[in-house]
Design a protein around this ligand. Structure first.
Ligand SMILES: CC(C)(COP(=O)(O)OP(=O)(O)OC[C@H]1O[C@@H](n2cnc3c(N)ncnc32)[C@H](O)[C@@H]1OP(=O)(O)O)[C@@H](O)C(=O)NCCC(=O)NCCS
Length: 257
């Protein structure tokens, strides 16, 4: 369906979405949308770092057709940070064996779109911003992220955008007293898994195929076990096993769902 038809379906007004960098004035709305969309609370330091661009690069979407006092208010966001590839959990996917390897990765910390603006391509556009940004960093090898294994709309979106599921991480998240697996999705820059050897390529393909099978198994399991709600209720700071806690990713302020 074309964008205009989708927008008409929204009824009240035709959205006029534009994209810009996140600024300090976004702080309050940014925090509110995160609290509304995610099953855990983030530290206030995270929001300050996002709003002030302290080590975090982020973009927001706004609807210019809203009344004046809301026309610059965020309706979507993506937050990212740059990591050194050899210090990351996916360093095995890259040739980082030389100690002075300067390869980098862009990690997507959080991505979200408020419910009334979904299915209009806002998240797609935000991810494109990230990919474009990453492609301008000469050392950047990939964009990557984690997603809760049952977040099917997000998983479909990443697959549609040519992200590759390279592994499933058991019990990656701890939310409201329960462990959940995550998938790790990677968008390889410069078109592929280079600079791997043929053997490494085969190994990667096997890993990818195994992840694919597990994805199908995960979906089947989810359909069977409806007792697990889509978004667990309640929000606890301590409830999330963060990258920092697990040492899986060297970030201090948030892990994507
Ligand atoms: C996941 C999420 C970010 C997707 O946001 P979104 O803005 O609705 O995503 P998009 O509109 O770009 O794409 C979603 C769908 O709209 C379709 N779409 C994209 N652009 C379109 C356009 N111009 N016109 C019509 N449809 C379009 C896509 O094909 C996709 O459909 P599909 O699910 O059948 O593949 C959103 O659902 C969300 O915020 N969820 C809660 C938080 C969350 O889970 N974040 C992700 C953490 S990993």
């Amino acid at each position: 369906m074309p964008y205009s038809s989708m927008a008409d379906l929204k009824g009240a007004h035709r959205p006029d979405i534009s994209y810009r960098r996140i600024r300090p004035s976004d702080l309050e709305v940014l925090e509110k949308i995160h609290n509304d969309l995610f099953p855990v609370s983030y530290e206030s330091e995270f929001f300050h770092n996002v709003a002030n661009g302290n080590g975090i690069v982020s973009w927001g979407a706004v609807d210019r057709s809203r009344p004046n006092n809301q026309s610059d208010e965020l309706i979507g966001f993506v937050t990212t940070r740059i990591l050194v590839a050899k210090d990351s959990e996916i360093e095995d996917l890259f040739r980082t064996d030389s100690p002075d390897s300067d390869q980098t990765l862009v990690y997507i910390l959080t991505l979200g779109v408020v419910e009334s603006y979904r299915n209009l391509g806002v998240a797609t556009a935000l991810i494109r911003k990230v990919i474009k940004y990453a492609s301008r960093i000469p050392t950047c090898q990939a964009v990557y992220l984690h997603v809760l294994y049952y977040n099917n709309s997000a998983i479909r979106l990443y697959q549609k955008m040519s992200f590759q599921c390279v592994r499933r991480l058991s019990d990656f998240y701890f939310i409201n007293g329960q462990y959940y697996d995550s998938f790790l999705f990677v968008f390889f820059m410069k078109g592929g898994l280079s600079p791997c050897s043929p053997l490494e390529l085969v190994t990667l393909m096997m890993t990818y195929l195994r992840s694919g099978l597990k994805l199908v198994a995960g979906k089947l399991w989810k359909n069977k076990g409806k007792r697990v709600s889509r978004w667990p209720n309640g929000k606890e700071n301590s409830g999330l096993v963060t990258a920092m806690q697990t040492k899986r990713i060297p970030v201090t302020d948030g892990t994507e769902f």
